[in-house]
Design a protein around this ligand. Structure first.
Ligand SMILES: [Zn+2]
Length: 185
């Protein structure tokens, strides 16, 4: 009997490799077709922009705009320390520095402000939560997207899991259409 082509006569090793590949593909197919989040899209966008910006700088090292583009593209990827190094704009550099500090803070670190802000402007005293999410960023330290949580009283900024009341608002709006949430608010 002539030798069969190797793909028709696989070795035990080859069979085992094929089974592994099938298992990997089955596992991939089982992952629901999830849309990338806004932050994941931003990270991918940042990678593409970084390549373009580096090419522009190589072509013309005096191109300040290309350095701005490079800094933004690095920030989009959560590479804030590198963004600070190349950023020509002082204000933006300062903001990146604040974000680096916020990421490096322990997640549990809080400012000493009171839990609620009281507002006596209305006929009734309003109690407003002092925290809000200033933006969602990619945190290399956490290896996932994180909210930048800001205190509305003192400006304390921490990249940390959402405080309980903000997480509850998030869950409520995920489960119910907005109109429902506001009708009962
Ligand atoms: Zn505070």
């Amino acid at each position: 009997m002539p030798d069969l082509p190797s793909f028709l006569n696989p070795t035990p090793e080859k069979l085992s490799e094929m089974a592994d590949n099938q298992r990997i593909w089955r596992e991939r197919a089982a992952v629901p077709n999830r849309k990338p989040t806004v932050v994941e899209q931003r990270v991918a966008h940042g990678r593409a922009r970084e390549i373009a910006a580096r090419a522009s700088i190589e072509a013309d090292p005096s191109n300040t705009f290309a350095y701005e583009q490079l800094a933004e593209s690095l920030a989009e990827q959560g590479r804030y320390k590198q963004a600070i190094e190349v950023c020509p704009d002082g204000e933006r550099k300062n903001y990146y520095e604040q974000i680096v500090t916020a990421i490096e803070r322990p997640d549990g670190e809080e400012c000493a402000c009171e839990d609620d802000i009281r507002s006596d402007l209305a006929a009734h005293t309003l109690r407003l939560p002092r925290h809000h999410v200033s933006e969602w960023i990619w945190s290399v330290k956490h290896n996932r997207e994180m909210p930048l949580v800001r205190c509305g009283v003192c400006g304390h900024l921490n990249a940390r899991p959402l405080p309980k009341h903000l997480a509850q608002i998030g869950r409520a709006t995920e489960k119910r259409p907005d109109v429902e949430v506001y009708r009962h608010a």
